[in-house]
Design a protein around this ligand. Structure first.
Ligand SMILES: [Zn+2]
Length: 418
């Protein structure tokens, strides 16, 4: 009896030990599972599964359309262009647009992929509902063919508009050259650099298209070249703007001999200011007036920030009646701020380029950015910084004048932001 009790006791103890051990093992496993986030009971087999899953996830590539560009075809058509990159994994492209200021994207249409692997340019022409000058945003999304391997990502957005600007880089190579104090400068060279920079900034940051009267040192229009064009046929430069929305003639200014008692090419920074001369068509256009004011204000500020001008050097004109007549005294005056002005001659606009633009019904303006008679301006031009700052000021002013949202080069999550 005693033995059987002892036997039963021992058996009980053994059973309790087994149960406790089993519970302990189970708990250890549970703890390990929690630590290893889902580590299964059969570590070997399931680890392989995880590895397989991870490797599939690693391979799943996000496919999104980047490097989108656009062509302004007309006031009613904007062509969106992109490369047929991820072929054959994309079966369809979805072209989307939103009008500036709206939060939702509208799907415009689809473009099928040809399923071949080589790069090919694809495009979609957006026929706009209105000829009104507006800024739009576009992006192209993708429909994926193999969803287990690829994932569709939102396309990169770009700004585009139906605005077209004609720019005239004043003069031609080597014109109005100043070579004193070891800083070589030629207005005809600088205006080309500035125009090329401005063309790029307008397109990339604001979606505005510009074309130039010349893209090299030489200018040829209507069979006349350089000096032959500028002496007697200069209005052809302005007439080149026919069909565009705005004509801009880019220049740097000069003072009369010994203005304010200083040698011509040693004028003080106090004289530095932008002068914007509007043609007759621009004086009647609220948009041109707004562009002239916004460009002038920004040029004055950027020149001051560069240390080549004094502050508060621009007087804007709220309406056509406030636009002053251009005079030598205003141009050369140290006390006079920069401003919008007009200059009339016997046949309408005094300057041939502005007369030419007015002849073809295009609002136009000469932008005298600053004075190359000021040594500090020539120094800044030689350093390369001036061209960038003035192109940025011009572009921002143009965008503001047309009422566009001001974009900067800063990108946030693929979108250009304020
Ligand atoms: Zn000039």
């Amino acid at each position: 009896m005693k033995r059987s009790i002892i036997k039963a006791g021992v058996t009980f103890i053994i059973l309790v030990t087994i149960v406790l051990s089993a519970v302990a093992v189970h708990n250890r496993r549970e703890t390990r599972r929690a630590d290893q986030r889902g580590q299964p009971d059969d570590p070997e087999g399931d680890t392989k599964d995880i590895q397989r899953k991870e490797s599939v996830e690693e391979e799943k590539e996000i496919v999104r359309v980047e490097g989108l560009s656009f062509d302004r075809v007309s006031r009613r058509e904007i062509k969106i262009v992109w490369q047929d990159q991820k072929n054959p994994y994309v079966c369809e492209y979805l072209v989307k647009r939103r009008i500036d200021g709206e939060s939702s994207w509208e799907e415009l249409g689809t473009v099928a992929s040809d399923g071949r692997a080589e790069d090919r340019e694809l495009s979609y022409v957006d026929v706009l509902e209105t000829e009104a000058l507006k800024q739009y945003e576009y992006r192209v999304d993708v429909k994926i063919a193999e969803e287990d391997r690829y994932e569709a990502g939102e396309g990169e957005n770009i700004a585009a508009s139906n605005i077209l600007i004609c720019m005239d880089p004043g003069h031609y190579a080597g014109q109005n050259a100043v070579n004193v104090d070891g800083i070589p400068y030629a207005e005809g060279d600088f205006t080309l650099e500035l125009a090329l920079e401005l063309k790029t900034v307008l397109k990339e940051s604001y979606g505005i298209t510009a074309y130039l009267t010349r893209e090299s040192g030489s200018v040829s229009i209507g069979g006349y070249t350089d000096g032959g064009l500028d002496s007697g046929h200069i209005s052809l430069r302005g007439e080149y703007a026919e069909g565009s929305d705005l004509f801009l003639s880019l220049h740097t200014n000069a003072n009369l001999e010994d203005a304010n008692g200083y040698p011509t090419y040693a004028q003080p920074v106090e004289i530095m200011k932008p002068i914007v001369i509007l043609n007759t068509a621009a004086c009647e256009s609220d948009t041109a007036l707004a562009v002239g004011n916004a460009v002038g204000i920004r040029l004055a500020r950027s020149s001051y920030e560069l240390g080549i001008a004094m502050p508060d050097k621009f007087r804007s004109a709220a309406c056509a009646e406030e636009i002053i007549q251009w005079t030598d005294a205003w141009n050369d005056g140290v006390e006079e701020p920069g401003t919008l002005c007009r200059r009339l001659g016997e046949h309408g606009d005094y300057y041939g380029v502005l007369r030419g633009a007015a002849n073809v019904g295009v609002p136009g303006m000469i932008i005298e950015h600053g004075f190359h008679t000021v040594p500090k301006m020539r120094e800044a031009a030689a350093g390369g910084e001036l061209k960038e700052r003035w192109a940025r000021a011009d572009a921002e002013g143009i965008a503001e004048g047309f009422g566009l949202k001001i974009f900067s080069e800063r990108m946030e999550e693929g979108r250009v932001v304020l």
